[in-house]
Design a protein around this ligand. Structure first.
Ligand code: HEC
Ligand code: HEC
Length: 500
């Protein structure tokens, strides 16, 4: 498999290096990374070989010997969707599909660089088609639309129709289409800098006089405000971040920017990965269950180590940056209209970081992104353009905030920590290549995706609908220039270069 070819390539490279510099060749990439994590070394690591290790974690299929799968089913596990003791379909011992245990490798879903080419361009770290949608959180999926009192009949359930015939296959989980990893390093750095700013604003607000209102502004984005109360207490009025139960949580926990996942619920790619390992594969990270602990009872411990998760994180955040194709007159006009009709209020074309270095930390502290840093990644080397102020430009077409997208797009997850109608602003970079669109892939064209906007995006949608045909075409022409990276990550497997 890819991993074997990778090893062969590594072996060849290692031999070549051995001849030139014996000391360098002896450095095992995971050992090198481990010594950084332990603070035993501060030497600049060989990033490419660490990325290649990360690719192995991402693309090599997990087997039962690695700890793939959950342990024995535990009917007492609460909630019943909990990972570690799930049942398997027909008791086959391996897979479930709805609520996880749905693939053997990350790349099985993140597998398409472009769905705009014919045939689709397969590759590493890309998007998925509808068959690669994930369905977390579900205990009920009423595929025949029969009556069932255990579920919440939303969205779209018409109470005036008899239960059986409304055409809504009620479902109490999420149904989500696979996004790509490209440009993730820039997104993660933006989020970390924003979080650090919000936490500093919280400290200011606590030190302020009662009645002071501190706006939560960072990187040109507003996340609401904080009001100082008597006795150093504060009242949060946040926008686009937080949870349904902010008042039950410490302000520090609420004021964390979480750009990953379509709901915007993971503060870093590694944070997302910890859940993905358990959900998709039943692979239990040491950093979740502890070293030497067989938490799922499948007979395997240390299913994925901390250093392997670090290598995966390095791979995640060094994924190349989406690109913009040449804009002709029509597309330039579309770009202008995109701003004029209000799309850019949420889909902000570009944000700038202060620094060009993304800190990677372990263990991660969500509200203190600069704690426990073992490695900094230079995002200019990843392919981001430097910004005049010393940071990088992240051309993401988003603002890392969540919005209410209206009842038509709402999900129906029971007990959701983030309201079902809210999603983080989709990053439109690469959009020409990534259909189907929207969180569940329900839109097969860009036009449908735009027309499905509701809630806080209704005014912009209506402004789009009011455009004449030629202008609407220009907006689509502009979006059709936002492309995924060319041949992403192929240098890591040494595959022959191909033209797209
Ligand atoms: C069954 C398909 C599937 C598999 C397997 C899978 N993913 Fe994903 N991935 C998704 C979906 C769907 C989402 C969107 C999740 C959400 O909205 O909460 C996602 C989102 C992500 C994100 C966040 C991207 C962003 O910009 O928001 C990262 C990072 C990620 N996956 C990494 C991984 C890694 C690492 C693995 C392997 C451990 C993996 N995925 C395995 C389907 C998959
Ligand atoms: C109020 C904020 C907001 C405004 C204004 C807005 N959008 Fe969106 N947009 C979103 C969010 C949030 C999503 C993700 C919705 C989902 O996944 O269901 C999204 C999704 C999209 C998608 C699909 C992305 C994907 O990867 O599937 C496209 C295309 C898009 N928007 C284009 C536009 C255009 C064009 C306009 C202007 C007419 C616009 N949007 C205005 C917030 C907004």
């Amino acid at each position: 498999m890819a991993a074997t070819r990778l090893h062969r390539l590594c072996a060849v490279l290692a031999l070549a290096l051995l001849a030139a510099a014996p000391a360098a060749a002896e450095r095992d990439p995971l050992e090198e990374l481990q010594s950084l994590m332990d603070g035993r070394s501060t030497r600049k690591p060989n990033l490419r070989s660490i990325r290649a290790e990360g690719l192995r974690v991402f693309a090599a299929p997990f087997t039962v010997e690695d700890g793939f799968g959950d342990g024995p089913f535990d009917p007492n596990e609460q909630p019943p969707t909990a990972m570690g003791h799930r049942p398997t379909l027909q008791g086959n011992g391996l897979s479930l599909r709805v609520n996880g245990l749905d693939a053997q490798s990350c790349n099985e879903c993140h597998s398409s660089v472009s769905h705009a080419t014919m045939p689709p361009t397969l590759g590493i770290g890309g998007v998925g088609g509808l068959a690669q949608n994930a369905m977390p959180g579900a205990t009920v999926l009423d595929v025949t639309d029969s009556s069932d009192t255990r579920i919440q009949y939303e969205p779209g359930h018409d109470p005036d129709l008899p239960l059986k015939f409304d055409g809504v296959a009620d479902f109490n989980g999420r149904f989500i289409n696979t996004p790509f990893l490209y440009g993730g390093g820039g997104v993660e750095l933006l989020a970390k800098e924003m979080t650090a700013d919000l936490q500093a604003l919280l400290a200011d607000a606590r030190a302020g006089a009662p009645g002071t209102v501190t706006p939560l502004d960072t990187h040109g984005v507003n996340f609401g405000s904080i009001t100082t109360l008597a006795g150093g207490q504060v009242a949060l009025d946040v926008e686009g971040i937080g949870f349904v139960d902010n008042d039950q949580r410490a302000p520090e926990e609420v004021l964390v920017v979480r750009p990953f996942g379509r709901k915007g619920d993971a503060f870093s790619m590694r944070d997302f990965d910890r859940g993905a390992m358990q959900f998709h594969f039943g692979i239990q990270p040491v950093e979740v269950v502890g070293a030497g602990v067989d938490d799922d009872g499948d007979g395997v411990t240390d299913e994925i180590t901390e250093v392997e998760m670090s290598a995966l994180h390095v791979f995640d955040v060094t994924n190349p940056v989406p690109r913009v194709g040449k804009l002709d007159r029509d597309a330039r006009r579309g770009r202008q209209l995109f701003g004029d009709i209000g799309c850019a209020e949420c889909h902000v074309p570009a944000l700038e970081t202060r620094s060009r270095f993304l800190p990677l930390a372990h263990p991660e502290v969500p509200e203190d992104p600069f704690a426990n840093v073992y490695l900094e990644i230079d995002l200019v080397r990843v392919g981001f353009r430097p910004a005049p102020g010393g940071g990088v430009i992240v051309p993401l077409f988003a603002d890392l905030k969540r919005y209410d997208m209206g009842p038509g797009l709402a999900e129906s997850l029971e007990g959701a920590a983030i309201p079902n109608e809210q999603f983080t602003t989709a990053r439109l970079w690469g959009i020409a290549d990534t259909g189907p669109y929207l969180h569940d892939g329900r839109a097969t064209t860009l036009r449908e995706a735009i027309e499905a906007h509701g809630g806080e995006a209704l005014a912009a949608r209506d402004a789009f609908a009011a455009l004449d045909e030629a202008d609407a075409d220009s907006v689509i022409a502009f979006l059709s220039r936002l492309r995924t990276p060319r041949r992403p990550n192929e240098e890591l497997i040494g595959r022959a270069r191909r033209r797209r």
